[in-house]
Design a protein around this ligand. Structure first.
Ligand code: GDP
Ligand code: IMO
Ligand code: MG
Length: 427
């Protein structure tokens, strides 16, 4: 199997980066294809933790290449900060190991201001975004008002594109929100400088990936966010502004769908969500706090508390359906090591009808009553388990039950944040 797409199967933060880092051991190129610096991807190597927002999680592997595809919304200042941070920690980021698509969209100050103003004005209806300008940047892209990375390399094009954007955004800031307009000239100067620094990395990523595939190289596509935050398949409008599903790997990096051999859905052994929107299995009280503490469930981008709850099979079934999952990569099973009993939501009762897959209609999800079954906990530490046989019997039963409910085989099991704390079942 050569090319693998890794996506989140819940509401993000499933441990995608850990899985990507592990799969990169057998790959050559790691590609981000959607999202932006709203992502917070954590990799732990030899006890050292690295958090990436834009740089693909394969960067810690020497002699492997990371690529940022056209589907990403790229914040140059954030990317340069990440490059600088890695270099301080002894990891070189050069034109040889980082490629940036010339047709990716650029996140600009207009987008961050618009994100903040809209959230502030929304009050109770706020989405709880990460404030990274993601939604406004994608909407300007689709409106054909955006600025691509290639424009950062050409001052007159940048000035012209920024003027078009300013003519659209500034009246909104002033008239709708009573805020100050943004001047374009300081932005031109700042972003031309970013362009100068990023120029060595910029290329035609689609063509690069084509050449790599011809040479027999293996690609890993790193999803950001999660399926239920997908702009089409998630709990709209409480979603992000991109397609987070596996199909997005093709259009967000410029490969054809025929290049994808397997689709790995990363799944946390329970459920978390950051930001607003319905969450049927959310635990408000002490059990939720216990999951948050044991799982250290605080956002890697914003530091916000993650909302926690039991495993929700209807959510992961939606992910199995819309991504065509070939495998599950189950993470954070060790977090459940001390629980006496563990609940699984097998379906939702909504208006007297049983749903096995999370509905698309928000009001139905808001009324969903989770149907639970209980399984005994294993009450043993699992963080040193190396094989399926090492895992306690109750945990194996739990994993088999989850796999049965979502109808996808288990490919990997993660028993801790470290690269070595991974059990491989996939052939
Ligand atoms: P991502 O956004 O999907 O890449 O996930 P995040 O990095 O935001 O959050 C996952 C968190 O869980 C990180 O702090 C990881 O280091 C950690 N993690 C990943 N896998 C495991 C695991 O199996 N067990 C434990 N205890 N932590 C894990
Ligand atoms: P990773 O890749 C968890 C959530 C935000 C908010 C909604 C929209 O680390 O899994 P946005 O800023 O994208 O417009 O916010 O999406 N969100 C995430 N939640 N993990 C993420 O990324 C997320 N990226 C965005 O909290 O609810
Ligand atoms: Mg995250």
């Amino acid at each position: 199997m050569s090319n693998t797409v890794v996506i989140g199967s819940q509401w993000g933060d499933e441990g995608k980066a850990k899985v990507v880092d592990f799969l990169t051991l057998d790959a050559d190129v790691v590609v981000r294809f959607q999202g932006g610096a709203n992502a917070g991807h954590t990799v732990v190597i030899d006890g050292q933790s690295f958090v990436f927002h834009l740089i693909p999680s394969g960067i810690m592997h020497k002699d492997k290449v990371c690529a940022i595809g056209n589907g990403v919304v790229l914040d140059p200042s954030q990317l340069l900060a990440e490059i600088g941070e890695l270099e301080k920690r002894g990891v070189a980021v050069t034109a040889d190991n980082l490629k940036i698509a010339d047709n990716a969209q650029v996140v600009l100050p207009f987008h961050k201001v618009a994100d903040r103003l809209r959230e502030e004005a929304a009050g109770k209806r706020a989405i709880g975004t990460t404030g990274r300008g993601i939604g406004p940047c994608y909407s300007d892209k689709v409106n054909r008002l955006g600025v691509r990375v290639s424009a950062l390399l050409d001052e007159s094009e940048l000035r012209e594109r920024l003027q078009v954007l300013a003519d659209s955004r500034n009246p909104e800031f002033v008239k709708l929100y009573g805020a100050e307009p943004l001047e374009t000239e300081p932005i031109v100067r700042e972003y031309v400088e970013y362009g100068r620094r990023l120029a060595p990395y910029v290329c035609d990523v689609a063509e690069y990936l084509y050449e790599q595939r011809k040479a027999g190289k293996r690609l890993v596509f790193e999803g950001a966010q999660g399926t239920i935050l997908d702009v089409d398949h998630g709990t709209y409008p409480f979603v992000t502004s991109s397609n987070t599903v596996a199909g997005s790997a093709a259009c967000g990096s410029g490969i054809g769908p025929t290049a994808i051999d397997r689709v790995v859905g990363v799944v946390k052994a329970y459920t978390t969500r950051v930001g607003n929107g319905p969450f049927p299995t959310e635990l408000d009280g002490a059990e939720g706090d216990r999951l948050r503490e044991l799982g250290n469930e605080f956002g890697a981008t914003t530091g916000r508390k993650r909302r926690c709850g039991w495993f929700d099979a209807p959510v992961v079934r939606r992910a199995a359906i819309v991504n065509g999952l070939t495998h599950l990569a189950m993470t954070k099973v060790d977090v459940l090591d001390t629980f006496d009993t563990i609940k699984i939501c097998t379906g939702y009762m909504i208006d007297g009808r049983l749903h096995r897959t999370i509905p698309n209609q928000l009001s139905l999800v808001e009324r969903a009553e989770p149907v639970y079954e209980e399984m005994p906990g294993w009450k043993k530490s699992t963080c040193r388990c190396k094989t399926w046989e090492d895992l306690p019997e109750e945990l194996r039963a739990y994993l088999n039950r989850l796999s049965e409910l979502v109808e996808v085989p288990m490919g990997w099991i993660s028993v801790g944040p470290g690269r070595e704390q991974t059990i491989v079942l996939a052939k």
